[in-house]
Design a protein around this ligand. Structure first.
Ligand code: MN
Ligand code: MN
Length: 290
């Protein structure tokens, strides 16, 4: 487990840093997404989840759409969130770049939030210490934490499992356990500080299998089971279903077979920054995505 997690982390950080070079005014969101995912595969890893590219007030869960025509503009706040895995052991990491402009306080501050918090991510330490540190840095920058987006445990073939790690001051009593894999991911905004789903989903995952009568839906589900092993996927990967795709995904979501992840937007529509690293909680913790 340790070797796989470390190798997945090395690839994730390499791909993430490459993607930062792709973020510039005039670049197409579609091209960035496809290049990042191709690089994960050619580096010998699996894709743990579709690369999230979330722009400005969109905080998370966005990725390139089918035939996405969006082009980055100067000043866009672009969050690139990359997930790799080897044999189900996941690395999850994100950075924020301002297209064509130097980092602003939103980016500098979230960097400080994460680097300060990571010092306390170690076996036996209180999980609430992370939120305390992040909230302290955010306050000093006069920015808000996006409270309903949190750090999390990473299980085998499971992107969100086990512990939940709030980014704000809290009184929860849990401690980090040895040998677990966790992702620490503060989000900052100059807005209200919460994220809500909009009426668009790009990313889905299997919730629970049930019999399906529609043939095309069954076909899609067979692909999900065979290719994703419980990991998320996106509409862009299913372009071949053509006009039926939305119908099939809605059907499977309504039946509770799939979970859909709506694109999340900061409630006051203010811009959001994010930074994330994965930590392996051995005695001397390893930041696998450094
Ligand atoms: Mn992530
Ligand atoms: Mn994460």
């Amino acid at each position: 487990m340790i070797d796989e997690a470390i190798t997945a982390g090395k690839v994730a950080s390499k791909v993430r840093d490459l993607s930062l070079k792709l973020v510039k005014p005039g670049a197409k969101v579609f091209d960035i997404a496809e290049k990042i995912e191709a690089k994960i595969i050619s580096s010998g890893c699996g894709i743990a989840f579709p690369v999230n590219i979330s722009i400005n007030e969109l905080a998370a869960h966005d990725t390139a759409m089918i035939n996405d025509k969006r082009v980055l503009k100067k000043g866009d706040v672009v969050k690139v969130d990359v997930g790799t895995h080897i044999d189900g052991f996941i690395a999850d990491t994100a950075r924020t770049v301002i297209a064509g402009e130097p980092n602003n306080s939103l980016v500098i501050c979230v960097e400080k939030c994460l680097s300060n918090a990571l010092k306390f991510v170690r076996p036996g330490e209180k999980i609430s210490k992370v939120g305390e540190v992040i909230q302290g840095v955010a306050d000093s920058c006069d920015l808000s934490v996006v409270k309903n987006l949190v750090g999390h445990g990473l299980g085998r073939y499971n992107v969100h499992t086990g512990v939940s790690i709030p980014n704000y001051k809290n009184n929860e009593s849990g401690v980090f356990k040895k040998d677990e894999l966790v992702a620490i991911e503060p989000y900052l905004t100059d807005g209200t500080g919460s994220a809500v789903g909009i009426n668009r989903a790009e990313i889905y995952s299997l919730n629970r299998l049930k019999p399906v009568r529609v043939r095309k839906a069954r076909e899609l589900l067979d692909w999900v089971v065979k290719e994703r092993n419980g990991l998320p996927f996106c509409k862009r990967w299913l372009n071949g279903y053509g006009k039926q795709l939305d119908f099939i995904l809605n059907l499977l979501t309504r039946q509770g077979i799939l979970t859909e992840y709506k694109v999340l937007r900061e409630v006051s529509e203010k811009r959001v920054s994010q930074r994330e690293d994965t930590v392996l909680l051995v005695d001397k913790p390893i930041i696998t995505t450094k």
